[in-house]
Ligand binder design. Structure first.
Ligand code: HEM
Length: 266
């Protein structure tokens, strides 16, 4: 996607994933996104550039299929990683001891990324349809019935993870389900890992919260099944008082804080 289009694309996507938009605006945003992707596919067909979408125009995929793939990659590849970076930074800044551990030992970064993936589980739930009768945990799931897979619950399973609600950057019991499992396991997981392994060590040495942690708020956007950081007030200078002088982020905090949140970050 051309760099200059990213802001407007993200705004449109946010409109139909944030769970707060009216039906009318949601349909308008979704239609605008579809129109934009149609133009993008046409542009890649006419003038291929060095990217996945251009490569895929060399296949027998139709324009509709290319639009669908572009939407999937651009939407799920954006919100998930962006929210992991924002909420991961938030979780570390709220846990100064963990942050100090990571700052003192940057070699922990890879393991810290895996633990943050488990702990935050930003992609929480997905659905499956049973193709045949299947028994899970002593329960029979009948063929054709739908089930919800709760990856965040699995990632906090006390039978699988010791002290599951603790953010433990030295945790040894790996094998989280933050990227799902099986044939639909996340296609972009290695890209996401690379982004986080680069971004966290770059962000953390100097970043400080701009307001005290209890003024922060996270919101679970149930429509998109993703946790979203609505605003994350940080600055490189240190603590800054909350209140009007804390800047535009404060209003967003208060709105977000007023809403119930099912997202646990401590
Ligand atoms: C931290 C970041 C990410 C998380 C936590 C995450 C999580 C997930 C999860 C849990 C699934 C499984 C869905 C299911 O069970 O049905 C999934 C699927 C998928 N992810 Fe990610 N994802 C991330 C980043 C990305 C990125 C960067 C891309 C692409 C650029 C991406 C592309 C996909 C695609 C295409 C699928 C569907 C795979 C399929 O159904 O076969 N993801 N992701």
């Amino acid at each position: 996607m051309p760099y200059q289009d990213r802001g407007s694309f993200q705004e449109q996507v946010d409109s139909f994933t944030n769970g707060e938009t009216s039906d009318e605006d949601l349909i308008a945003a979704y239609t605008a996104t579809q129109d934009y992707l149609a133009q993008l596919v046409a542009a890649k067909r006419a003038n291929p550039t060095d990217d996945v979408l251009s490569d895929l125009t060399n296949s027998d995929l139709t324009d509709e299929e290319l639009k669908g793939i572009a939407l999937l990659l651009l939407v799920v590849g954006l919100d998930t990683t962006a929210n992991m970076l924002a909420l991961g930074t938030f979780a570390l800044l709220r846990n100064p001891e963990r942050l100090a551990t990571l700052r003192a030992d940057p070699a922990l970064a890879d393991r810290a990324v895996e633990e943050l993936l488990r702990y935050l589980s930003v992609a929480k739930m997905f659905m499956r349809t049973a193709l045949e009768d299947v028994e899970v945990g002593g329960q029979t799931i009948k063929a054709d019935s739908q089930v919800i897979l709760s990856y965040n619950t699995a990632n906090r399973d006390p039978e699988r993870f010791a002290d599951p609600h603790v953010l433990d950057l030295r945790r040894q019991d790996g094998g989280h389900l933050a990227f799902g499992h099986g044939i639909h396991q996340c296609l972009g997981q290695q890209l996401a890992r690379v982004e986080m392994r680069v971004a966290f060590p770059a962000l953390l040495p100097t970043l400080r919260p701009a307001v005290p942690a209890d003024h922060w708020a996270a919101q679970a956007a149930t429509l998109a099944f993703f946790s979203q950081a609505r605003s994350s007030p940080c600055n490189p200078g240190g603590w800054r008082p909350a209140g009007p002088e804390a800047g535009p982020a404060s209003a967003a905090h208060r709105r977000a804080a007023a809403r119930p949140s099912s997202h646990a970050t401590s």
